[in-house]
Design a protein. Structure first.
Length: 76
């Protein structure tokens, strides 16, 4: 009888331990560096070399900032 009780307690303890299989995976979908560079190159091609392009992710962090030939951040 003590063996059955010990086995039952051990099984119950194992079932109470959270498994990594049921853990939720966090996914963050942001603009990749390659996609940001493609966006910036397309914008520079469409607007000309006298502009600057900044591509940011959804948190507002700068991904790429390729300045144009004569365009700068302070230029309007």
């Amino acid at each position: 009888m003590p063996f059955r009780l010990a086995t039952g307690v051990a099984l119950a303890a194992l079932l109470m331990i959270p498994s990594s299989g049921s853990a939720q995976v966090l996914m963050q979908r942001d603009v990749s560096l390659r996609m940001a560079l493609t966006i910036a190159e397309a914008a520079l091609a469409a607007c000309g070399v006298n502009t600057s392009v900044a591509v940011v992710d959804r948190a507002g962090r700068l991904r790429v900032f390729p300045p144009g030939r004569w365009g700068g951040a302070a230029q309007s």
